[in-house]
Design a protein around this ligand. Structure first.
Ligand code: NI
Ligand code: MN
Length: 225
């Protein structure tokens, strides 16, 4: 059984093959989060970058469940220094985990701790799960290499930010969908805060206008993969 749950912001849970993988667990302090910290039981925590709305509760969650943090080298080292199990990776590298293969991609953004500590590059992440590929773009602006990502790894589910200001907005997001050419585009990183207010329905209409498919997942909604 494989399923994808959208928590809100950039937080997703993938349950696959008996594993629970949480991506960018921004739980406490997230006004749109539909679930409580205590309800989450991941065995892997995937982090795209160190900003508070992505690293979020990742360290606490990993420690509580003895879950493995998967992140780029600098951020993984930071997690390990806080007592977490960590698997260090970096952009362009992939590794076979018990749930499937995971690869980090580029993302154009920042990734520092609030105190300025260097946490390595921000990233996107590809999860290859028994023939189904999920591409979580992380926080990023639009970039042309998305074409290459889609060409090398035909994407089933593309999870992409559309909230503008810190990342792609709706129109750049539609272009990103054109570049990657996923079977289904799912918007994220919108409406958590006033500064990233966006209409996901407008995104869906614009994606459909270029002949592609989009689905706006509700906060807390689960779909089969
Ligand atoms: Ni960020
Ligand atoms: Mn963010």
């Amino acid at each position: 059984m494989s399923e994808l749950t959208y928590l809100s912001h950039s937080s997703f849970i993938i349950n696959h093959d008996g594993h629970s993988i949480i991506i960018d667990p921004f739980i406490n302090g997230n006004p749109t989060m539909p679930v409580a910290f205590d309800s989450l039981k991941p065995d892997f925590v995937v982090l795209t970058h160190a900003h508070g709305d992505h690293l979020g509760d990742g360290i606490a969650l990993a420690k509580q469940h003895n879950a493995t943090i998967i992140a780029v080298n600098e951020l993984a080292n930071y997690a390990a220094s806080k007592g977490c199990k960590a698997h260090n990776m970096h952009i362009g590298g992939s590794w076979q985990f018990p749930f499937g293969r995971l690869k980090f991609t580029i993302a154009h953004h920042g990734s520092a701790a609030p105190d300025g500590t260097y946490m390595g590059s921000p990233a996107g992440v590809l999860l290859m799960l028994d023939g189904k590929t999920v591409y979580h773009c992380g926080d990023t602006g639009l970039f042309l290499d998305m074409k290459l990502i889609g060409e090398l790894h035909p994407v089933d589910y593309m999870l992409l930010p559309i909230g503008d200001n810190f990342t792609m907005g709706i129109d750049d997001g539609v272009k990103a969908v054109e570049f990657v050419n996923p079977k289904l585009a799912i918007p994220m990183h919108f409406n958590t805060f006033p500064v990233i207010k966006a209409d996901p329905g407008e995104f869906k209409r614009k994606v459909e206008a270029i002949g592609k498919h989009a689905r706006v997942m509700k906060f807390g909604e689960t779909i089969p993969l």
